[in-house]
Ligand binder design. Structure first.
Ligand code: F6P
Length: 561
């Protein structure tokens, strides 16, 4: 049984933050002018990540009260409990050990949890994934016709899709030149149809990734993919019309990743071709487990281990760094400040790297499935707002779309700007200059948001008086700048771990179990109940509420197939 959460609103730090807010008017222009050391003092490093917090709406007093809050809600104890494998996922009575997935081989003291040799099991699966990745990459793993694999298709959804696809896109510069990875997640049949349309089944390998191996979307897509494989191999004369031949085709063209290896076998996938993980890895925390197999194939086992080493570097930072200089802790506390004191409802993540174009979508599951809760880990209601909406797009695209609202709208939108000093792709002539221009935008945006433009400055440009108000920028719009030398596998691991721990810090302050996701269950159950109503079951139709029934009838009337 977990220790009951501390109600943050009853702490002296919380009262201190409210009083401090009442007596402080944020003024970044003045704060920087009066304090030449502000930028230096509020910039911190974690592994390769260089994080400038100075353009946030905080003073030293704010940060010190936030650190007090972390202590008063017992964040250090809870962090230690997570790393030690205590069952801090209270509603599922599970340990939370994604950090164990990236411990280096031979780490000491050895981690044994609930009688399991965690380190030994993690390394054994990693070795198996590595051997498989090498076999596919070298061409020694072949399909039924003896041809090497050219395309790997990952079938999964949620954490079994978003992590692998985000990381594959982010690390494309590191991928094997003759291998492509594609991803199918949606149960909308067009997702599979479009993804396999131009593929040759003889050179295609499917990875069915599902923690539970019970997810409707994934199992449906896996069955469709299997039918596609059989049909197209047969049409090409590469498959006999018998069960043994079909089984042999599955053995060569399907592997699985799951915690439920019995269900994998029921699907017809040889347990030798299955990679396991454990219930102490949450779906949204699983890209560094065997769920990352498609990524390991794409970038190779060595780069995959670098990816894990990046996570571990930030794990060590969060585990050992004092709270006042602990980057994920400070970022999580800043988010609490914005949500609970300054009333922010959303948080933008704006990577200045096209490779990170799926990073905001990935973070949406990480943060919102973790902290979108109204009860605490002991079942009592939360005592304050929780779970802000995360969103974003890569710069500079976002600048020409929604930045208007961030610059001049009425909402407080804390924003993380992420950039890399060097582009990860091989440079062509002129690329360095273009990248410098890209970076100029990165620097310019946070500057504009922080310091704005006054009416006097607008007038000084000769602007007509009636247009002056529209051209004023208030400034004092909070941003965090996160920089790294280059988007390497290690740096990507560091970034993900940074946000994992930031999410945990927020959840801890709010008293939330950030590792369950009961909120996704009701819709799944209702879909199963409604499905018969769409295929002629009149009693299932009649039992629906009037709105849902009307919509189903409209759908049935419009359906042409
Ligand atoms: O890997 P699985 O078991 O197929 O689950 C996929 C996703 O579904 C969820 O359970 C939500 O429905 C996520 O937490 C998870 O990442």
């Amino acid at each position: 049984m977990s220790t009951p959460p501390v109600d943050p609103t009853t702490t002296s730090a919380w009262a201190g933050l409210q009083a401090h807010h009442a007596e402080t008017s944020p003024d970044l222009r003045r704060w920087f002018a009066e304090d030449p050391e502000r930028a230096r003092r509020l910039t911190f490093d974690a592994a390769d990540l260089h994080v400038d917090l100075s353009k946030n709406l905080v003073t030293d007093t704010t940060l010190s009260l936030l650190v007090d809050l972390a202590e008063q809600v017992r964040l250090p104890e809870r962090l230690a409990a997570m790393f030690a494998g205590e069952h801090i996922n209270a509603t599922e009575d599970r340990a939370v050990l994604h950090t164990a997935l990236r411990r280096p081989p031979g780490a000491r003291p050895a981690l044994v949890v609930d009688g399991q040799d965690v380190d030994g099991d993690v390394q054994a699966v990693l070795d198996k994934v590595s051997a498989f990745a090498d076999a596919v990459r070298s061409g020694s793993w072949t399909g039924v016709t003896g041809e090497r694999i050219r395309t790997v298709v990952n079938i999964g959804i949620g954490g079994s899709d978003l992590g692998p696809v985000m990381a594959y896109e982010a690390l494309k510069a590191y991928k094997h030149p003759d291998l492509e990875v594609r991803f199918i997640s949606n149960i909308d049949p067009t997702d599979l149809a479009e993804t396999v349309a131009d593929l040759d089944p003889a050179t295609t390998l499917f990875i069915v990734a599902s923690k539970t191996f019970g997810t409707l979307e994934t199992l449906t897509n896996a069955r469709l993919a299997r039918a596609w494989l059989w049909e197209h191999l047969a049409a090409a004369g590469a498959l006999e019309d018998d069960d043994d031949a079909r089984r042999a085709a599955v053995a060569k063209h399907f592997v699985a990743v799951s915690t439920a290896l019995d269900k994998v076998a029921d699907f017809g996938i040889d347990p030798d071709n299955a990679f396991g993980f454990w219930d102490w890895v949450g779906g949204r925390y699983s890209v560094d487990s065997a769920i990352g197999t498609s990524l390991a194939v794409a970038i190779g086992p060595e780069a995959f281990r670098d990816f894990l080493a990046g996570f571990h570097a930030v794990d060590e930072h969060v585990r050992t760094e004092p709270l006042a200089t602990n980057v994920p802790v400070l970022l999580g506390l800043l988010n609490v400040w914005y949500v609970n004191v300054l009333g922010a409802h959303t948080h933008a993540v704006l990577p200045y790297s096209q490779y990170l174009h799926r990073f905001p979508a990935y973070l949406q599951q990480l943060t919102m499935e973790s902290n979108g809760k109204s009860v605490r880990w002991d079942g009592t209601p939360v005592t304050t707002d929780t779970g802000e909406v995360f969103w974003g797009e890569p710069g500079t695209n976002g600048q020409h779309a929604f930045y208007q609202l961030i610059h001049q709208g009425t909402r407080v939108i804390p924003a993380d700007f992420i950039a890399f000093a060097n582009p990860a792709h091989p440079l062509q002539d002129g690329d360095a200059d273009v990248h410098a221009l890209f970076m100029a935008n990165f620097f310019a945006q946070t500057k504009a948001l922080a310091f704005g433009k006054t009416a006097e400055e607008v007038r000084a440009e000769g602007t007509a008086e009636d247009v002056v108000p529209a051209r004023v920028f208030s400034g004092n719009r909070p941003t965090t700048s996160i920089m790294a030398p280059s988007l390497t596998p290690s740096v990507l691991g560091q970034l993900i771990a940074l946000y994992e721990h930031t999410t945990f810090v927020e959840g801890t302050v709010w008293g939330i179990d950030s590792f369950d996701q009961w909120g996704v269950e009701l819709g799944k159950k209702l879909a199963q109940e409604i499905a018969p109503a769409l295929t002629g079951d009149t009693s299932a139709l009649e039992s629906q509420d009037p709105s849902t029934r009307g919509l189903i009838e409209h759908y049935l009337a419009q359906r042409t197939a």
